[in-house]
Each structure stands twice: as structure tokens, then as C-alpha cells.
Design a binder for this molecule. Structure first.
Ligand code: HXC
Length: 510
């Protein structure tokens, strides 16, 4: 019996060594942690339960039968984050470069199936040379099995991808179908075709970092939702995100203890709106002042800064925030911001997370590049996402809500539950100057008349009361009491029940 026990321990120790000490040292020398070290940092201490530690590949080509390391390049299992269950896979670059074989894929599929059945998120740590070259089509089949599970799990359990090394070729499409992608600066990259193929086909000379590094994907492509300095920071931030999310689409997000008075009055908000309507202010200040303890988890911070998306808590409950940012492009909606916010709204709706919308929007960004880029279809994504969402929706218009953008930003007409406005709100088809120049074109040569018309338009529409008279705004509130009003509104909506008509699925303008 003793011998058998020590054999088990020997086998476990061999499996834990992955591709051996030399390759572990090489991984560390690059500033990267190993697959197991990452899992240890991600999960609560001693909570990890491993599956399939002894699984080995079945390939017999290219002399592969001589090398059959236990685990086959991926560590899989489950554990807890602050006591809540998650499933995890972590690719081991020290074993065949973390490449995906048939059995490696089967290990990932096993925990994904269990995650869906048991209702817990899947966190995938990617560090892989892609398809196991020696296995050919068996490896491609393995990828497709993972893809199919990503699709089926979408909207059922949260899926989070952390890119901590290479992720190239078709392999990128598994993270691409998950809810959030995080990258590590300087040590991770994602691309469909690498720099060498790019050079051959298009003659462009580009480094892996420029083509698919963390900066590229958080600032240019918006493929990734956040970039962190190193593995340790990235994993700590994933833990923080998981704390905001429900485990699955049948449960509510966890309620955290809070020590911040929900009725807290913020006098400074009464003066946050500048006298000049064209002067910007920082919408993040308002978000911080509304949130419990000022805690805001921002998603896609480095992309489309004209809209802000992320999570806060109100009375300990998770709320998704979408807010126009007057400091970037005057807070206009455009292609990028519409796409960014639409995806965020849909995530919240999938997982029953209520949405707070803070509005200061002068309209859609004009111009040929926007029209040629399809701003009509992209803007419609956000409109569609808000309109189909059945979660509690509370909207506060702080200043401008002009034109179609007024409708889009969770207006009453898109089933907003509480639509508040500050007294500084201006709700109109367009700004007073533009409106005057169109409806009083005949007076354009007469500055005095134009000034009088503009003033008249401002008096009529540069306020929230016309909309309030029609019931499109439920109440004009004092800025300083925003946290209290919004917290009470969400509290009253905790048992909201609203269902869309049955359909197979909708046809959102992709
Ligand atoms: C088998 C692989 C491998 C792979 C790396 N290795 N990639 N083994 N299949 N795809 C092995 C190497 O042989 C080496 O083994 C170890 O992993 C580390 O690789 P190095 O090249 O020494 O490391 P590095 O210099 O850091 O380069 C990493 C790399 C490079 C950039 C990822 O290895 C690389 O280009 N690999 C091939 C990538 C690729 O073309 N994959 C297929 C993509 S197509 P030893 O024994 O020396 O440690 C694809 C299609 C998916 O993925 C389709 C889904 C639909």
C-alpha cells in the first residue's frame, strides 16, 4: 500500500513539473508565471481541485509516442474565488508550447461542460503555440469542439479569457467568443496570421507586439477589454471582476457588504456642470460619487473614451454603468462607442445585471468616415441592445440629450424604468444654434434676430421640463441627491419582471 501511495505522489510530482525545470526557468526568465502558479494566484488558497492530471496524448506520428507528459499541456479543474465556484483551464507553455492536441481539447471541453451543468463561470488562461502541429486535423477538430462549447455557454455562464502568451491562428476565436478578454503587456499577443505571413501576403513589416500586443487590442481593435502590467496584476483583476458577476444566468450577482450611506448627499455635484454648455467635465467623477465606496471596475477603458462602461455597486448590488464622456469627442456617439456600449449592455442583460445610464450626448458624430464605416448599423446595435434589455434600467440626463442619441441612451421610449433629469438637462432635436439656423434661415443675415431666435429656442428646449411635462422624464432631481435617487430606484426594481415575446433569437444588426 505504501508503495502505491508513493507511486501516486511520484506521478503527481512528475505531472506538476510539466515540461521540466529548464522550460519552467525559461518561462520565468520571460517574466511569465507557469500554468500552475497562475491558477494558484487566481483561486483562493488550497481551493483548486484538478481534473485529468494524468491524461496523455495519443499521437504516434513524428516520434511523439516517445514523449507523453502527464497532463498534455493544460491544467484543468475548479476552485473558488472569494468562496464562489469557478472552472479554470490554464495552458502550460512548457509542454509542447502549450499547443492544443485532441486530448488537450478534451480536457478543456470536460470542464466547460461541467461549468454549464453546474452553473459556474469558466476562466481560460491562454499561453499556447496553437494547434499541435504533429496531430494535424485532430487538433483542428479539438479547437472546433471548444468553439462550439463557447457558443453554447454564451449567456449561460460568464466566460473570461486571460491571454498570457501567444494566442495565434484560429486559436484566437475561442477567446473572441468569451465575454471578456484580458491581456498582459509585453508578454501576450493575439493575431489570426503572424508577422511573417503578413509580410509575405501584404508586404507590411510589423512586429508581433505591434500586430497583436496588449496595446493594439485595447486601444485600436477593441478585441481585449483590459491590459495589465504582469501576470500577478492581471489575475488579481480577474478576481475583482468575478466578484461583480453572477455565477450563471439563473442567479443574481452577489451582494457585498457596504459601508457607504445609500442616501449620501454629494453637494459638489450641484456645481459639476460648467456654465458654458460647450465646456466638458469628467463624467467619471459622477460615477465615483454615485458608486458604493467610489469603486468602479471599468471595461475597455482605453477604447472609445467617448463612452464609459463598467461595473459599480449600489447598496452592495452590482450595477452596469454606461455613460457618455463629455471630455472625449464632446461625448458624441460614433461607431466605436456604439459597439462598445452595445456589447456591454447585452452582457448585463444576459446576466440580469441592472443598468444605470448617465447621459450627456450632443448626438451622433457627423462625417464621411462615420457614414462609410456604417454608423447607421453600428448605432442601431446600441439602440437594439437597450430596447431588448429587460433588466432594470435607470437613466439620468445630466446635460445634453439631443436627437436620435436621446432616444438611444435608454430613454423612456426604450422601456426605461426610471428616467431622471438634472435641472441642467437640455432635451431637444439639436442644439439651439443649429436649430435656429435651419428654421430661421431667412434671418441668417441679421445677427440680432438670430440671437433672439436662439434665445427663444433655448428657453423652450434647453431644459428638462418640456420632456417632464410629457412624462418622458419621471422626475427632475437635484444633482447632489443622485446617489440616493438612483439607489432607491434600483431597490424598487428588484422584483421587476418583463419578458420579450417568444422568438428563436433576435436579429440584431451585426
Ligand atoms: C507543437 C509546438 C507548437 C505547436 C510550439 N511548440 N508551438 N509544438 N505544436 N503548434 C513547441 C516547440 O517545438 C518547442 O518545443 C516549444 O513548444 C516552445 O516553442 P519555441 O518555438 O521554442 O518557443 P518560442 O521561441 O517562444 O516561440 C513560440 C511560438 C512558436 C511563437 C508560439 O513556437 C511558434 O511559432 N509555434 C508555431 C505556431 C503555429 O504556427 N501554430 C499553428 C497555428 S495554426 P521544445 O521541445 O523545443 O521545447 C493554428 C490553427 C488553429 O493554431 C485552428 C483552429 C481552427
Amino acid at each position: 500500500m505504501k508503495d502505491i501511495l508513493s507511486e501516486l505522489e511520484d506521478r503527481r510530482n512528475a505531472a506538476r513539473l510539466g515540461g521540466g525545470q529548464r522550460r519552467i526557468d525559461a518561462q520565468h526568465a520571460r517574466g511569465k508565471l507557469t500554468a500552475r502558479e497562475r491558477i494558484e494566484l487566481l483561486l483562493d488558497e488550497d481551493s483548486f481541485e484538478e481534473f485529468d492530471m494524468f491524461v496523455a496524448h495519443r499521437c504516434t506520428d513524428f516520434g511523439m509516442e516517445e514523449q507523453r507528459p502527464s497532463g498534455d499541456g493544460v491544467v484543468t479543474g475548479w476552485g473558488t474565488i472569494n468562496g464562489r465556484m469557478v472552472y479554470v483551464f490554464s495552458q502550460d507553455f512548457t509542454v509542447f508550447g502549450g499547443s492544443l492536441s485532441e486530448t488537450h481539447a478534451q480536457k478543456i471541453c470536460k470542464i466547460m461542460d461541467m461549468a454549464v451543468q453546474n452553473g459556474a463561470p469558466v476562466i481560460g488562461i491562454n499561453d499556447s503555440g496553437g494547434a499541435r502541429i504533429q496531430e494535424g486535423v485532430a487538433s483542428l477538430a479539438g479547437y472546433a469542439e471548444v468553439f462550439q462549447r463557447n457558443i453554447m455557454a454564451s449567456g449561460v455562464v460568464p466566460q473570461i479569457s486571460v491571454i498570457m502568451g501567444p494566442c495565434a491562428g484560429g486559436a484566437v476565436y475561442s477567446p473572441a467568443m468569451t465575454d471578456f478578454i484580458f491581456m498582459v503587456k509585453d508578454t501576450s499577443y493575439m493575431f489570426v496570421t503572424g508577422p511573417d505571413v503578413v509580410k509575405t501576403v501584404t508586404n507590411e513589416v510589423v512586429t508581433a507586439e505591434e500586430l497583436g500586443g496588449a496595446s493594439t487590442h485595447t486601444k485600436k481593435s477593441s478585441v481585449a477589454d483590459g491590459a495589465f502590467e504582469n501576470d500577478v496584476e492581471a489575475l488579481a483583476e480577474v478576481r475583482r471582476l468575478v466578484d461583480f458577476l453572477p455565477l450563471n444566468n439563473r442567479e443574481k450577482a452577489p451582494v457585498r457588504p457596504f459601508f457607504d450611506d445609500p442616501s449620501r448627499i454629494e453637494d459638489s455635484l450641484d456645481t459639476i456642470i460648467p456654465d458654458n454648455p460647450n465646456t466638458p467635465y469628467d463624467m467619471k467623477e459622477l460615477i465615483g460619487k454615485v458608486a458604493d465606496e467610489g469603486d468602479f471596475y471599468e471595461i475597455q477603458e482605453d477604447f472609445a473614451g467617448n463612452i464609459i462602461t463598467g461595473f459599480i455597486r449600489l447598496e452592495g448590488q452590482t450595477v452596469g454603468v454606461v455613460a457618455n464622456q463629455p471630455m472625449v469627442l464632446a461625448g458624441c456617439l460614433d461607431i466605436d462607442s456604439s459597439r462598445k456600449a452595445a456589447r456591454f449592455v447585452r452582457f448585463c442583460d444576459c446576466f440580469e445585471i441592472p443598468i444605470l445610464t448617465l447621459v450627456d450626448v450632443p448626438g451622433f458624430l457627423p462625417g464621411t468616415s462615420q457614414e462609410y464605416g456604417g454608423v447607421i448599423k453600428h448605432g442601431a446595435k446600441l439602440l437594439f441592445a437597450y430596447g431588448e434589455a429587460t433588466v432594470p434600467k435607470v437613466t439620468v440626463i445630466t446635460r445634453k440629450a439631443y436627437g436620435g442619441a436621446y432616444d438611444v441612451m435608454a430613454s423612456k421610449h426604450l422601456r426605461g424604468d426610471f428616467n431622471y433629469a438634472w435641472p441642467t438637462a437640455e432635451i431637444a432635436v439639436m442644439g439651439a444654434k443649429g436649430a435656429t439656423e435651419i428654421i430661421h434661415r431667412a434671418d441668417l443675415g441679421d445677427a440680432e434676430k438670430i440671437a433672439a431666435h436662439t434665445k427663444d429656442y433655448e428657453d423652450r428646449f434647453a431644459n428638462p421640463f418640456v420632456a417632464a411635462e410629457k412624462g418622458f422624464i419621471d422626475e427632475v432631481i437635484q444633482p447632489k441627491s443622485t446617489r440616493r435617487r438612483v439607489a432607491r430606484a434600483f431597490a424598487s426594481l428588484r422584483n421587476k419582471s418583463l419578458q420579450n415575446p417568444w422568438k428563436k433569437h433576435d436579429n440584431i444588426p451585426l
